[in-house]
Write a new protein. Structure first.
Length: 365
């Protein structure tokens, strides 16, 4: 069904309070599993001095029409001059950029919640708006040693609580569990007769490369040396959707309980199911039929008689592309709905050499 949304869909960027809309080209990425939504915009400019506010580190807001879709900063600018041409290209990322680039503060804390960990690690880096939903159980110990990026420390703490971090459009850091109870946000249609189609290009890839019929996780409990029977941990989970025998055994020495082995095995199985199906769709414009910008995490129904499927999917990635000659296009990546879960299993410690040869570790328990 073609979209009946008729609002202003132009992409604009506001740099230190100054808004610009007339772009020759732009690209804006957002990926549920890749931190730091990235954007790039180019325009032709008159020769001469750039305004002082157009500079790296400048605060930016990106909008689709009147809707805010990203808050971040300019990472870099590039000017080019040639015969009859003077152009400017700006690139940047959302609030996760600084967390990827910078080290987490060195700290050791005990009996703290994920919300308290976020506040301790991220407020010194300028992240003031933080919303944590769930994960109320306190960690026994949080130790962040030199060299761990702020994003890695954040992701470890979030996943250990069954949560996942991302930045909302207004710059709020959100830490929450996947919401598989949300209703369908949009319907994509691509039929052979073209009737009611709103997809202009559709591809579907199925793969068994990372899918296994059964996954066995081996671990080692921490206890008395004499208690050998309880020291060895083993748990197996099967994938009933895998229709031929493909076993996998993973030796995960850092897994120290049956519950953690079960969680790790389940994660490997569900990741395999996620990777078994990838759908990419290209649509016109940047918004759904109800005027909302396409956003990772949306619940999308796909109907196509060409591939004989009517399924619900998770929007994991989208890219807005546009320009004066190309119009406005959005590329969508879809995965199975209700499958992906954060990795709650304990992570192996990262060993880092000190100058005297001793080892220290970065660990969140």
């Amino acid at each position: 069904m073609p979209s009946n949304y008729s609002g202003d869909s132009r992409i604009s960027i506001t740099i230190d309070g100054h808004t610009h809309k007339d772009w020759t080209r732009y690209s804006i990425d957002s990926d549920l599993f890749t931190p730091a939504d990235a954007w790039q915009m180019g325009l032709g400019i008159p020769a001469g001095k750039l305004p002082d506010y157009v500079r790296p580190w400048a605060a930016v807001e990106v909008r689709e029409g009147d809707t805010l879709i990203l808050t971040g900063r300019v990472d870099a600018l590039r000017r080019r001059i040639a015969k009859g041409e003077h152009s400017l290209t700006l690139t940047g990322r959302d609030g996760a950029g600084i967390l990827l680039d910078c080290s987490a503060p060195i700290l050791t804390q005990r009996e703290v919640t994920v919300a308290e960990v976020c506040a301790s690690m991220l407020r010194p880096l300028g992240v003031s708006k933080i919303s944590v939903q769930g994960g109320g159980k306190a960690f026994k110990k949080v130790a962040v040693e030199p060299g761990m990026s702020a994003w890695e420390a954040l992701q470890r703490a979030a996943e250990a609580s069954g949560l996942w971090p991302w930045f909302e459009a207004d710059g709020t850091l959100k830490v929450a569990a996947p919401d598989y109870s949300r209703p369908v946000d949009a319907v994509l249609i691509c039929n052979k007769d073209g009737k009611d189609n709103n997809v202009i290009d559709l591809s579907l890839e199925e793969s068994c490369n990372q899918r296994y019929s059964e996954v066995t996780v081996l671990g080692q409990s921490v206890g008395d040396e004499d208690d050998e029977a309880d020291a060895h941990i083993k748990h197996t989970i099967t994938d009933k959707g895998a229709w031929f025998y493909r076993p996998l055994i993973r030796d995960e020495g850092h897994v120290d309980s049956i519950d953690k082995a079960k969680a790790r095995a389940r994660k490997i199985i569900t990741d395999g199911v996620m990777e078994s199906l990838t759908i990419t769709a290209r649509v016109r414009g940047h918004v759904t039929d109800n005027g909302k910008p396409w956003t990772p995490g949306m619940h999308i129904r796909l109907r196509t008689d060409a591939f004989q499927c009517d399924i619900t999917t998770l929007l994991t990635k989208r890219t807005f592309v546009g320009g004066r000659s190309d119009g406005t296009i959005t590329d969508l990546t879809l995965k199975p709905w209700g499958v992906w879960l954060p990795d709650t299993a304990k992570k192996p410690r990262k060993k880092k050499k000190k100058s005297d040869g001793d080892e220290c570790d970065c660990d969140i328990d």
